[in-house]
Every structure is written in structure tokens, then in C-alpha cells.
Design a protein around this ligand. Structure first.
Ligand code: ZN
Length: 258
């Protein structure tokens, strides 16, 4: 019977992580709606987009409230976008994945917060083709914490800040801003500070490949040309590199006999 306790504890721990993740996911939704409209993300109370009904505390429980209300406003019964539910579940699942891969520690915590910021900027970039500067500053701030915490390797992070961003800045200057957006450059600088130079280069390559492939497929399927928002693809690259990059690099260098 006692054998089961550690397993149960682990499951309970991941459930708590998931609940925290989905609660922050509900804040992600608030940011995605309000940042493009330049509304206050902290103070203003959440309200129904249609009838203005001010949400009570019991309307704000992540996942649970949405399911209980059947995805409708309590007062006017207007449908609430299921994106709210998806983002809460996705953010919760992302936190669990990060803790499973990275273990319990400061790194996992920083990656969770960065993951939510990446989710916010991806959704906003997808809709508006702009990356909010606040998200980049927040990720950069997490990068400073990691660099200071991992003081012995601080140069890895400082070089990471410049390695991809300077390359993109040159590209930006040469093409007059057509090939890449200013927000992407700042994103790569901030994430470089968080990941270090090896992983940010890997993240950038993953982002470019994912972006190119998915963009081509989308254009083929819809038959029209889309403007490419790089933020979501770069974010996927950053998250993949943060979680599995080191393992991939040591495997790759092993294969190459280095
Ligand atoms: Zn309503």
C-alpha cells in the first residue's frame, strides 16, 4: 500500500501544476483580448463582451466555469469563444509537460512563465502581425534571472542575446524590413538571453523550418497568399529547444563523432 504513495503524490503534484497552469491560462486569455486594444490587463474587471455583465468569482474558475455554463454568458446566454477553454487547457498541459521534462526547479518555473508569454504573443501576432513589446521585456527579464542564477555560464546567455538577433537586424536593414519584423528581432534577443546561444540558434532553425513548411501548406490549401506571422513559429522553436534542445544537441554531436 505504501508503494503507491509516491506515485499518488506525483500525480497530485502534476494536478496542482495543471490547475496553476490553467489559472494563468485564463490570464493569458485576458491579455490576448486586451493588449491589442491597449486596455488595462490588471485592474479592469472581466466582463461579457456583449451585455457587459461583470463576471463574478465563480464565473472565473478556469475550465470549470466554462464547462458549467456550457460556453455561454450567465446573463445574456451569448456564446463565449471556445478559445478561452482551449487556452486554459493548453497552458495547463504545457506547464505539466515542462515540469515532466525539466524536473522541479527554477528552470521549469522560468520556462512555464516564458511559455505563457510566448502563447500570448503568438496569438496576438497571429491576429495583428505585431508582437507586444511587453511580452518581449517580460521574457528578457526571465532571461536575466536565469543568467544571474547560472552565473558560471553567464556568457552563454549574453552571447545568446546577440547571436540570432544581430543576424536578423542585419537582414532587417538589408531588406528594408520586408523579410522580418522588428518584434521578431526583439523576441530572439529576449529568448536568447533565456536559452543561451546554442539553444537560441537551434530554436531559430526549428522556427524557420516550421514556419516555411506550414506557411507553404496553408497557402496551397487556401489558394491565397497569407502574410507570414513569424511569432508563433519562433515560439514553437523556442519551446522545443528549451525542452529538448540539449538532448538533441548531444545526440547530434555524438552522431557526428564530435
Ligand atoms: Zn453577456
Amino acid at each position: 500500500m505504501y508503494d503507491n504513495i509516491p506515485t499518488l503524490l506525483i500525480i497530485a503534484f502534476y494536478m496542482v501544476v495543471f490547475l496553476y497552469g490553467s489559472a494563468i491560462g485564463s490570464f493569458v486569455n485576458v491579455c490576448v483580448m486586451r493588449i491589442p486594444r491597449k486596455e488595462n490587463i490588471v485592474n479592469a474587471r472581466s466582463h461579457c463582451e456583449d451585455c457587459g455583465y461583470q463576471l463574478k468569482w465563480y464565473d472565473l474558475i478556469p475550465i470549470f466555469s466554462y464547462l458549467c455554463l456550457g460556453g455561454r454568458c450567465r446573463k445574456c446566454k451569448k456564446r463565449i469563444s471556445p478559445q478561452h477553454l482551449y487556452i486554459e487547457v493548453l497552458n495547463g498541459a504545457l506547464y505539466v509537460l515542462i515540469f515532466i521534462v525539466c524536473g522541479i526547479g527554477l528552470e521549469a518555473l522560468l520556462f512555464c512563465l516564458a511559455g505563457s508569454a510566448l502563447l500570448i504573443l503568438s496569438l496576438i501576432d497571429w491576429k495583428t502581425y505585431e508582437i507586444p513589446v511587453g511580452c518581449n521585456i517580460f521574457i528578457g527579464f526571465l532571461g536575466v534571472i536565469r543568467a544571474v542564477y547560472d552565473w558560471e555560464h553567464i556568457w552563454q546567455y549574453i552571447i545568446g542575446f546577440f547571436s540570432v538577433s544581430v543576424f536578423l537586424l542585419i537582414l532587417y536593414k538589408c531588406t528594408g524590413g520586408r523579410a522580418i519584423g522588428g518584434g521578431d528581432i526583439k523576441l530572439m534577443a529576449a529568448c536568447g538571453l533565456l536559452l543561451g546561444w546554442k539553444l537560441i540558434i537551434l530554436a531559430f532553425l526549428i522556427g524557420c523550418i516550421a514556419g516555411a513548411v506550414i506557411h507553404l501548406v496553408r497557402m496551397k490549401v487556401s489558394g491565397e497568399s497569407h502574410v507570414l506571422a513569424m511569432g508563433p513559429y519562433l515560439s514553437v522553436g523556442v519551446m522545443a529547444a528549451a525542452l529538448w534542445g540539449n538532448r538533441f544537441l548531444s545526440w547530434y554531436l555524438g552522431v557526428m563523432g564530435l
